[in-house]
Write a protein that binds this ligand. Sequence first.
Ligand SMILES: [Zn+2]
Length: 246
Amino acid sequence: MFELDPGYATQNSLLRRLPPAERSALQSRLHRVSLPKGEILHSFGSSMENVFFPESGAIMTTVNSAGREVDVLLTGREGMVGGSLLLSDLPFHHQSSVKIEGTGWRLGAADFREVCDRMPNLRTVSAQYLHGVFGGALRSIGCNAVHSLEARYASWLKLLAHRTGRNSIDLKQSEMARLLGAHRSRVTGTASALQSSGIIRYARGHIHILREDKLIEIACDCRQFRSEIEPSPAAQQVCCADAMAE
Ligand SMILES: [Zn+2]
């Protein structure tokens, strides 16, 4: 049986920020899970049954808009899926599925609510993460309105690399088109131009970042790669200070 002991170097940023006592108390409730590509973690219109803390790979949140499914939020090792249970247990009108395979931790919804009542730091880091997600959603609306497809493509690609910790992304151009809300032919044209410039290379459902520096030059700053949906250093210090006191 795996135990999330205080010395375990989990790759999930939120779990890493918990004080040792809270991580120890969580160990009997967390279940290690593999996250195979395409697996649906939460379906449209259903109640959230679990919370997930990815350690690798990426989970996509998708909404249904005018009969089309649109990808709106990518979650990797920096965050969690299902944290909105802090706000309500009503059914959610979105779906969460594994976009890039990986591993993570699963915590039952009832356990999540119960431990949040007893573990102030878990509640705090979850609330800070939700606050960041809300701010990021508002900024995405502005991004879609004013920034070029090339800038948004580069921004998403860099975000994917950061979230997954890889410079080689297992993603088709059709999936990038869903992320960007743009027609596939326009997205393929953008990818082709980036490839001609030697910034990326793509083939058979894989995108390799060759020149990260150039990609950052092109990308808009709407997805700050690290800081957008992670708490400020000052906010992180709250939990770190508690951890030191344990
Ligand atoms: Zn933008």
